[in-house]
Design a binder for this molecule. Structure first.
Ligand code: SF4
Ligand code: F3S
Ligand code: FES
Length: 254
């Protein structure tokens, strides 16, 4: 096994502020960035705060920015960098810092709670649901989400505009709305809930201008933009300009 000394710069601080700290640290063949952060913690900075859990790319806890790119630390191999590179690890920029590499991602849980849940169809019991396989496959892709919130962190509508957070749910949760809206058994509309309308009016679908940065950073390879956001936009626009819907709205407003 070969090893070398890498140069790391790790952000240290809290909500009041902080700075990058330099470390020289041993790297062995096959290691990932999270291994190196753990080695720094074990040998040089025992109070370094870092959140992780599975070390297998499945819990979504170890999200951070590595050389400015939102990534999972446990899935970023050291072999993707040159040995001479300085590797900078910083907390997710879009969320408030708790300490060092740990951020408060509560914004995302608040947005999740704003989306009304799946409404089971009347008269159909558990075990009686029937769907076409292609409908199952479509939502299965979105179900791969591990809630790492890298997409939320990278979307410029949140990342560069704190003021948008109140009105914009972000890609992960617009994808959830899209999944429910295309679910053939979701009976939300029977109780008057129009998911296409709420996507625009309550969850800020219009803030997305299809930059696709969310899709680029998703560690699960979910086609967030092409398979969730663009189809949802298309359906929302169709609904808005559907003459029958337009007439119905006019009559209802009278
Ligand atoms: Fe992470 Fe992808 Fe889920 Fe976004 S959609 S939270 S990037 S797994
Ligand atoms: Fe943001 Fe993704 Fe749209 S990065 S702008 S939600 S395509
Ligand atoms: Fe679970 Fe990285 S530690 S995804």
């Amino acid at each position: 096994m070969s090893s070398y000394d890498a140069r790391f710069r790790v952000w240290r601080g809290d909500a009041e502020g902080g700075d990058l700290t330099d470390f020289s640290v041993k790297v062995n063949d096959g290691e990932v960035v999270l291994d190196i952060i753990h080695r720094i913690q074990a040998t040089q900075a025992s109070d370094l705060a870092v959140r992780w859990n599975c070390k297998a790319g499945k819990c979504g806890s170890c999200s951070a920015e590595i050389n400015g790119r939102p990534r999972l630390m446990c899935m970023t191999r050291m072999s993707v960098f040159d040995r001479e590179d300085v590797i900078t690890v910083t907390p997710l920029r879009a969320f408030p810092v708790v300490r060092d590499l740990v951020t408060d991602v509560g914004f995302n849980y608040a947005k999740a709670r704003e989306i009304p849940a799946f409404v089971p169809p009347a008269g159909v019991g558990p075990g009686e649901y029937r769907m076409q396989q292609e409908d199952v496959d479509r939502s299965q892709e979105f179900r791969k989400c591990i809630e790492c919130f890298l997409c939320q962190d990278t979307c410029h509508a949140v990342r560069d505009h704190e003021e948008n957070k109140a009105a914009f749910a972000g890609p992960r949760f617009l994808m959830r709305v899209a999944e429910l809206d295309m679910h053939p058994l979701d009976a939300a509309s029977d109780s008057g809930l129009d998911r296409k309308r709420t996507a625009q009016e309550d969850h800020g679908l219009g803030y997305c201008n299809i930059t696709k940065c969310c899709t680029e950073v998703c560690p699960e390879g979910i086609h967030i933009t092409d398979n969730a956001l663009i189809p949802l936009k298309e359906r929302a626009v169709d609904r808005k300009y559907d003459p029958v819907v337009w007439l119905g709205n006019k009559i209802r407003r009278r």
